[in-house]
Write a protein that binds this ligand. Structure first.
Ligand code: ADP
Ligand code: GLC
Length: 491
């Protein structure tokens, strides 16, 4: 099969969260199955400045085109390279005005529609650029709201009689339903989308606004989300972010496939950034990693105090409001809490303050992949008290590092973590309600078992023995691509 995988983030070029991880790893596995899968993302300033030399990014000859949006004509072209250690081609959409001049993937402090406009243009330009270089995929795998306009453009171009775009199918993956790209209908003129055709209740229209996520759901041939549980949850009002009705109406083409982890990157046996490698057979190195982490975070170096870690976007989804409410209790518990994250300024500020007024909670802000790896390796437990969680990669990475997850029973967390109790298998700790008392109970239970080395070792082994590599999920995607091509609904 010929597949174009389009995403706003692709690791290692551009990553803010798990979307980047998935886009940088799933295509490797699809390629290994013998398919021609190519990946495309914008050429952000950060790529330009940091990675061009390492990855030998080169211009794609004869790929230059001009496109006009809002009366302004602008130049677009492609660059390309190979995804590191693979033969997967990655294309970059080059445009200085929208992408090249900004370091950040999602620059803050811009006009309300800035983000929307640049990803609409990215989607439109992608189609025109692959036409220009004559790479016609059979399927375009679209990811998240940023590129939800692709099925709409494909339909528009095909209906306008452009042969190249006829017959291309689309799979739309929802990584996070809470970011939908809602905006005023004025955007349609900018986006060159025909309101007659697409702006109605069974299309982009959403309570008098345009909703791109809704468009992706309706116009894609197939939709999926990143765990089976989240696929069920989003069809309910509690998790549906107001689109549960639309999702229920489209449930025949909706399925869930759990994300995998790329163990060639996330693996304590080979991780080159941690102070000492370790494996389930030889676990000794983990205690050196713990000492290094306690030192890095200026905490008391003590093997008997459990280190609980969070590596996370600092947004409400991840349970920071819950955490905020139990700070006092945490200060008094015999544990150390280590946090690395960036996101909402209100959480960054609030959490950074804890460095000054607590002795057992340490917070660092910023995006730092190397530090993240050191944390996964050095911590004893990994905390993910999410309000909702489509899949979650962090808990899967933690398992591989023998770092025991403590999570809320929601979304992909419920599909991957089994609550430990003495009489049964368990690879972590879970609480049900999004409530401080439940979170505290789970933490206390984990800390209690931590004191019993025999039991704790068993939990660690249960965690580290889990296999959440990509193989199985990539096979499910391969099947989903085939069903998309055949127009087959799930049975
Ligand atoms: P989400 O996509 O919702 O952010 P996931 O658990 O799927 O959550 O993926 C998060 C990914 O981003 C993981 O690879 C995690 O290690 C990484 N990550 C999150 N915050 C940071 C940070 N501040 N520095 C480095 N890596 C981070
Ligand atoms: C989203 C979700 C996360 C998921 C990731 C990759 O950002 O919040 O749960 O793992 O996408 O699919």
């Amino acid at each position: 099969m010929k597949i174009l995988f389009i995403s706003a983030e692709v690791n290692p070029f551009a990553k803010v969260g798990g979307l980047g991880d998935v886009a940088g790893s799933l295509p490797k596995f699809i390629k290994k199955m013998g398919h021609d899968i190519r990946v495309i993302l914008p050429y952000y300033g950060v790529i330009n400045n940091n990675q061009a030399e390492d990855c030998k990014i080169v211009d794609v000859p004869d790929s230059s085109i001009e496109l006009e949006f809002d009366g302004l004509t602008s130049q677009f072209s492609l660059k390309k390279c190979l995804l590191p250690d693979t033969n997967v081609t990655v294309y970059f959409v080059v445009n200085h005005e929208l992408f090249g001049q900004y370091e950040d993937i999602y620059p803050a402090n811009h006009k309300e529609n800035f983000q929307l406009h640049r990803f609409i243009v990215f989607s439109y330009a992608t189609l025109k650029l692959v036409e220009k270089i004559n790479f016609k995929p059979e399927i375009i795998h679209c990811n998240d709201w940023h590129v939800a306009s692709i099925p709409i453009y494909l339909k528009t171009f095909a209906d306008n009689g452009i042969e190249f775009f006829k017959g291309i199918k689309t799979l739309y993956t929802i990584h996070n339903l809470s970011y939908q790209g809602r905006t005023s209908p004025d955007v349609l003129k900018f986006a060159k989308v025909d309101p007659e055709k697409f702006y109605h209740i069974d299309g982009l229209e959403f309570y008098g606004k345009v909703n791109w996520m809704k468009g992706g759901i309706i116009y894609a041939d197939k939709i999926n989300t990143v765990s089976e549980n989240y696929a069920r949850e989003i069809q309910t009002p509690e998790y549906g972010e107001d689109l549960d009705g639309v999702l229920r109406a489209n449930s025949k083409k909706l399925s869930g496939i759990l994300n995998g982890v790329d163990y060639s990157i996330w693996n304590p046996e080979t991780d080159k950034y941690i102070i000492r490698n370790y494996s389930k057979e030889d676990f000794k190195g983990k205690s050196s990693c713990k000492i290094a982490l306690q030192r890095d975070y200026e905490l008391e170096i003590n093997p008997y105090i459990p280190v609980v870690a969070m590596v996370s976007r600092m947004v409400e989804q991840k349970g920071f409001d819950l955490l905020e409410k139990i700070i006092y209790q945490l200060k008094c518990m015999n544990l150390q809490l280590v946090i690395l994250g960036q996101g909402d300024k209100k959480y960054e500020k609030l959490l950074l303050k804890l460095n000054e007024n607590t002795s057992n909670i340490r917070v660092k802000t910023g995006f730092n992949e190397i530090r993240a790896e050191k944390i996964y390796a050095g911590a004893d437990m990994f905390l993910l008290p999410s309000k909702f969680e489509p899949c979650g990669l962090s808990q899967l990475i933690a398992l591989k590092y023998g770092t025991v997850p403590i999570v809320r029973r929601t979304g992909g967390l419920a599909d991957t973590i089994v609550d430990f109790s003495l009489d049964k298998f368990g690879n972590g700790f879970m609480f049900n309600e999004y409530a401080t008392a439940d979170l505290l109970n789970a933490l206390k239970l984990a800390c209690k078992y931590f004191e019993n080395k025999k039991i704790w070792d068993k939990i660690i082994m249960n965690a580290i023995n889990c296999d959440f590599g990509w193989q199985k999920s990539a096979e499910l995607y391969e099947k989903l691509y085939r069903d998309t091509l055949r127009g087959k609904d799930k049975t």
